[in-house]
Write a protein that binds this ligand. Structure first.
Ligand code: URA
Length: 243
């Protein structure tokens, strides 16, 4: 296939403008600058780059999975005998990577994508993409639990305050809480409750920004809708376009 057509089919630019990029020496094939118009590439074997960045035809994919508990958020099994989320992703053509992690025993909303830029931004506290969790906790539940949890706590020498807290129910030594954070520290929710002497018995992520888990069945996935993707791109200050 001609190089200019390959570049345009990858969504880089139009064929005519691709010729300008080629003439300007901005395109390499297998590491060599190619300036000849009409050059041909083999899309299966040649590595094409624009300004040093690889160009490929792989379609960007954005998926939400309802991770069941007792599955590793990993594409390879790192710990013997533990199942991974890979078993749920078999029919997704592209190689998609988890955006952040859910603990082995946690469940719920997990975004997966091959769009590294969006993934990094969703995870970065700067963009304040709020993740909401449903937690069942046990311990000495104070009467004013909601107010106590709203105050914030030091987690590993850093003060953390949830973006929102709602106690959905409490009886005896147990409570059900919905809690949101825009930070993504490892084990953040469990550590946060621990700071108040409470143990998380069940943890389920139910939302990430404008994307909600809804009624997606355990172990099932679906593509994000254009509105969901648009919302995430807006929040993370990326241009409103899907490649
Ligand atoms: N916080 C946790 O403690 N665990 C998770 O899986 C996600 C957030």
């Amino acid at each position: 296939m001609r190089l200019n057509r390959f570049l345009s089919e990858c969504g880089v630019t139009s064929r005519r403008k691709a010729d300008n990029l080629i003439k300007a020496g901005r395109v390499t094939v297998n590491g060599e600058v190619v300036r000849a118009l009409g050059s041909v590439v083999d899309e299966a074997t040649d590595a094409v780059a624009l300004d040093g960045k690889p160009v490929s035809k792989e379609r960007k994919r954005y998926v939400i999975l309802n991770k069941p508990p007792f599955y590793l958020t990993s594409l390879k099994s790192l710990e013997d005998g533990k199942k991974t989320i890979t078993s749920f992703l078999g029919d997704i053509e592209q190689r998609v990577y988890p955006v952040g992690r859910l603990d082995y025993d946690s469940e719920g909303l997990l975004l997966l994508t091959n769009d590294g830029e969006l993934a990094n931004r969703i995870h970065h506290p700067r963009y304040k993409v709020i993740k909401t969790y449903f937690a069942e906790v046990s311990g000495d539940v104070p009467e004013n639990l909601e107010a106590v949890l709203r105050d914030g706590a030091d987690i590993e020498k850093r003060f953390v305050k949830p973006d929102s807290v709602n106690v959905l129910g409490a009886s005896g030594r147990r409570a059900r809480v919905s809690i949101s954070f825009h930070e993504g520290q490892k084990h953040l929710v469990k550590k946060y409750f621990e700071a108040f002497g409470l143990r998380v018995a069940r943890l389920k992520r139910i939302a990430c920004g404008n994307v909600r888990l809804g009624k997606l069945k355990k172990g099932a996935w679906r593509d994000l809708s254009p509105a969901e993707l648009g919302g995430l791109r807006r929040m993370t200050r990326l241009a409103p376009r899907e490649q």
